[in-house]
Design a protein around this ligand. Structure first.
Ligand SMILES: C[S@@+](CC[C@H](N)C(=O)[O-])C[C@H]1O[C@@H](n2cnc3c(N)ncnc32)[C@H](O)[C@@H]1O
Length: 204
């Protein structure tokens, strides 16, 4: 799907993501993961800003998304949560930051959308400081055969309507990427993964 079409798709979903943010869907996972953030934080594909409630108060967040409508909602969320944040409207697959810029890089529910997810993790590894951390909450293909085959069947419709892939093998993507995984948790029949990782320098 071409990027402009994808951006429009996410622009149209911004109200849905705002509602989900207000309901604090996935609260228990976000609280656990985002509570580990520190220092200078890059949050990619920030959406409507669902993570802002959970950041420790002393972080500085640079938040990126290619959807302007999502970014407007995210700005409201940062203000309401008193999080210091700056916002950049850009495609995360083409943006660049100097190497070793961030103490923490956060992505929640974004790897289902990228064209080249391993390349995005390679960028994370470069942008993250050597002693920094990469925090991920991603969904993908279940290891449960029945759920996995259902995901594969509905994948084409889901991709067309929502703009994200349902059947990506996230564990495989993490393993192919230059990151050291320190801790991983799996939920909902292995469809949701929480990851605490650090960059593998020199391999990105
Ligand atoms: C499923 S939503 C998740 C939003 C948020 N991270 C959350 O946890 O609720 C995916 C978000 O990624 C953004 N997105 C997808 N692909 C992107 C890309 N290549 N560059 C920047 N943003 C992207 C979409 O605009 C959308 O806001």
């Amino acid at each position: 799907m071409d990027k402009e079409k994808l951006v429009r798709k996410f622009d149209h979903q911004s109200k849905i993501y705002e509602t989900r943010r207000k309901k604090q869907s996935e609260r228990k996972w976000r609280e656990k993961l985002i509570g580990s953030a520190k220092g200078n934080v890059l949050e990619v594909a920030v959406g409507a800003g669902a993570n802002f409630y959970f950041y420790p108060k002393d972080v500085d967040v640079t938040a990126v998304d290619f959807s302007g409508a999502m970014l407007s909602k995210a700005k409201e969320s940062a203000t309401a949560s008193n999080v210091r944040a700056t916002f950049i409207q850009s495609d995360i697959e083409s943006i660049s930051f100097p190497d070793n810029s961030f103490d923490t890089i956060v992505s929640t529910l974004s790897f289902c959308g990228y064209e080249y997810p391993v390349k995005v993790l390679e960028s994370f590894s470069r942008w993250c400081k050597p002693d920094g951390q990469i925090l991920l909450m991603e969904h993908g293909l279940s290891s449960n055969r029945l759920i996995g085959s259902t995901q594969k069947i509905i994948e084409p419709i889901f991709l067309r309507v929502v703009g994200c892939h349902l059947d990506r093998n996230m564990i495989h993507i993490f393993q192919q990427s230059p990151i050291h995984i320190h801790h991983m948790e799996h939920y909902k029949f292995n469809t949701v993964h929480l990851v605490w990782a650090s960059p593998k320098k020199g391999e990105a």
